[in-house]
Design a protein around this ligand. Structure first.
Ligand code: NDP
Length: 287
């Protein structure tokens, strides 16, 4: 059997088309175009690529977007002041502080994320939005897991009653993925580095999500025949070679559906960010 390839490009295009239509409707009704501000502190080259991709997506959808570049030497107070300014700016509906912050600011990361107005928190990392997601009332949900769920819906892969296993329990992927799958009526197990007999658990999964950060971690013998396998991992194994957490060649012989890396979940993440900017604008205009 060879798995159906779930193309991030195809599903991201559908998510962006929907967000674009919603943004245009909002502008017709209110005269306001949703806007995103991305704050980048320092000069981390990987972060600069991510930020460029986010602005490119905004341009593609016609969203207002600004880039706030701050030097490596920025203090906690200066960053807070910038966030306060963006919180008060009516043209900005979404604020994203690109992580990781420079070393000197890393101990303030939680405070930085909490400084963002929860209704402008398009990354969904503010404790208020984490709580809302857990209560089942979240509208600004972390982009990577939200993109994966939207893809499963668009691909007609049933979550209701499915057994789902998520490998990884980070705040940005594993935990929100657990909550979202649960909301969609899957029976969910979350595995992590202390999990025993991992393969026995993953082999039961109709939907298997890998968010580990280890190249080729999920092998064919860990996968139930016909399962949908979502590879969140992005691992650079050579200067120009990215691979996921799933051994793509082996697993695609067993799985029913699989996301490739590159060309999979990464594209959904940016598309979902665009949707979150539009959702955030709606939240603010409703107030
Ligand atoms: P973290 O490093 O924060 O989390 C990794 C998780 O994997 C942890 O919960 C860890 O367990 C678990 N883990 C590590 N080793 C094992 C093991 N041997 N068995 C079972 N579980 C294990 O990573 P992130 O969640 O931030 O990211 C995961 C991957 O996804 C990375 O490759 C990252 O680059 C990628 N990513 C991709 C995105 C995209 O847009 N496609 C967006 C975000 C991330 P424990 O908690 O016990 O340590």
């Amino acid at each position: 059997m060879t798995a159906r390839i779930l193309s991030g490009k195809e599903f991201a295009a559908r998510i962006k088309a929907d967000a674009k239509a919603e943004a245009e409707k909002l502008r017709e009704e209110t005269g306001v175009m949703p806007g995103l501000a991305v704050v980048i502190v320092g000069e981390d080259p990987a972060s600069q690529v991510y930020v460029r991709n986010k602005h490119k997506a905004c341009e593609e959808l016609g969203l207002h977007n600004v880039s706030v570049e701050m030097p490596e030497t920025t203090t906690r107070e200066e960053l807070f002041a910038k966030i306060d300014e963006l919180n008060a700016d009516p043209k900005i509906h979404g604020i994203l502080v690109q992580l990781p912050l420079p070393k000197a600011l890393q101990s303030a990361e939680a405070e930085v994320l909490e400084r963002i107005d929860p209704n402008k928190d398009v990354d969904g990392f503010h404790p208020v939005n984490v709580g809302r997601l857990s209560n089942g009332a979240g509208s600004l949900v972390p982009c990577t897991p939200a993109g994966c769920i939207r893809m499963l819906e668009l691909a007609d892969i049933p979550m209701d009653g499915a057994k789902a296993v998520v490998i990884g329990r980070s705040n940005i992927v594993g935990k929100p993925m657990f909550n979202l799958l649960l909301q969609h009526n899957a029976t969910v197990t979350v595995a992590h580095s202390h999990t025993k007999n991992l393969a026995e658990i993953t082999k039961q999964a109709d939907i298997l999500v890998a968010a580990v950060g280890k190249p080729g971690f999920v092998t064919a013998d860990m996968v139930k025949p016909g399962a949908a396998v979502i590879d969140v991992g992005i691992n650079r194994i050579a200067p120009k070679k990215l691979v996921g957490d799933v051994d793509f060649d082996g697993v695609s012989e067993v799985a029913g559906a699989i996301t490739p890396v590159p060309g999979g979940v990464g594209l959904l993440t940016v598309a979902m960010l665009m949707q979150n900017v539009v959702t955030a604008a709606k939240l603010q205009l409703k107030k």
